[in-house]
Design a protein around this ligand. Structure first.
Ligand SMILES: NC(=[NH2+])NCCC[C@H](N)C(=O)O
Ligand SMILES: [Mn+2]
Ligand SMILES: [Mn+2]
Length: 306
């Protein structure tokens, strides 16, 4: 790959209950992101962090923390709208937008910006389906809703900052699902999305699964958004996440998955945008999860062992 990668940090934790994921962008940078990307042969340009007002500094009278059952939705709208502009600006300037979260609600902004001028497919590397809406969410946490938002489900359909009309359900593939809420299960089953669970990875191997996911996401689209939630990995390998789930992807499987993505990108220019989310330095051990996030990102951009 010969392109410029524009790094956009989003130090936001409004979408998650456990504090600390706002420090993810710094931790991933300290984990060696820029030099890893250089090793991958791309030129990283760091655009710095978006300004995210701290929860403690909000005017308590301005907006209640919970709107319906989506906590901090107004704050998330503010951040994601600005993020979408930044992502669109990067693409307009021939730079590849790489968004560092932050909790997974940042994906609403990344995918909105990335799909403004293009039909966008997506691969969702995650333990969770993130398909809730304020109506279905058991927690009210927006990091469990980004795909519900993008697809314009329930109230999100009326929210232009959330709903991304150029993202078709049938161009989205999950890889590594293993924790789905009760009401979400039917939503996933009844959707047109393709869901590869951990069981599929066990049976068929990571490479075959990711090849299929890429075929879903590139079918009749202009490019693919890769959303990498670090809780996709097993918590023994990636302990620094707020919602860990046992039985996740191994270190080597994860690299293999992103190497498969990069190979397809080299062949057909499949990748359009990416976000790396849910790294929580407070819960991490000596920054290993953030370092892993940096390494996996480099694999997606073509870093190879040999
Ligand atoms: N991006 C994440 N880590 N999402 C976790 C979501 C957990 C749960 N499904 C919820 O809606 O609250
Ligand atoms: Mn997750
Ligand atoms: Mn997620």
């Amino acid at each position: 790959m010969d392109s410029t990668v524009r790094i956009i940090g989003v130090p936001m934790d409004y979408g998650a209950d456990r504090r600390g994921v706002d420090m993810g962008p710094s931790a991933i940078r300290y984990g060696g992101l820029a030099s890893e990307l250089e090793d991958a042969g791309v030129e990283p340009v760091d655009a710095g962090d978006l300004l995210v007002p701290r929860a403690e500094e909000r005017d308590p009278d301005a907006d209640p923390p919970t709107r319906g059952t989506a906590k901090f939705l107004r704050e998330i709208e503010d951040v994601c709208s600005r993020l979408a502009d930044q992502v669109a600006d990067a693409l307009a300037n021939d730079a590849f937008p790489l968004v560092l979260g932050g909790d997974h609600s940042v994906a609403i902004g990344s995918m909105n910006g990335s799909s403004r001028q293009a039909q966008l497919g997506a691969i969702w590397f995650d333990a969770h389906a993130d398909l809730n809406t304020p109506e279905t969410s058991p927690s009210g946490n927006v990091h469990g809703m980004p795909l519900g938002a993008i697809l314009g489900r329930d109230v999100f359909g009326e929210m232009g900052w959330a709903h991304a009309p150029n993202v078709r359900e049938d161009a989205i593939a999950y890889v590594g699902l293993r924790s789905i809420d009760e009401r979400e299960r039917d939503l996933v089953r009844d959707s047109e999305m393709t869901a590869f669970t951990m069981a599929d990875i066990d049976e068929r191997g990571m490479t075959a699964v990711v090849e299929d996911a890429l075929s879903v996401a590139t079918n009749d689209t202009d490019g693919v958004h890769v959303s990498l939630d670090l809780d996709w990995l097993d918590p023994t390998t990636a302990p620094g996440v707020g919602t860990p789930v046992r039985g996740g992807v191994t270190y080597r499987e994860a690299h293999s998955a992103l190497e498969t993505v990069s190979r397809r990108h080299e062949e057909e220019g499949a990748l359009r945008s990416m976000d790396v989310v849910e790294v929580n330095p407070i819960l991490d051990e000596r920054n290993e999860t953030a370092t892993l996030a940096a390494e996996l990102t480099a694999s997606a951009f073509g870093k190879r062992i040999l």
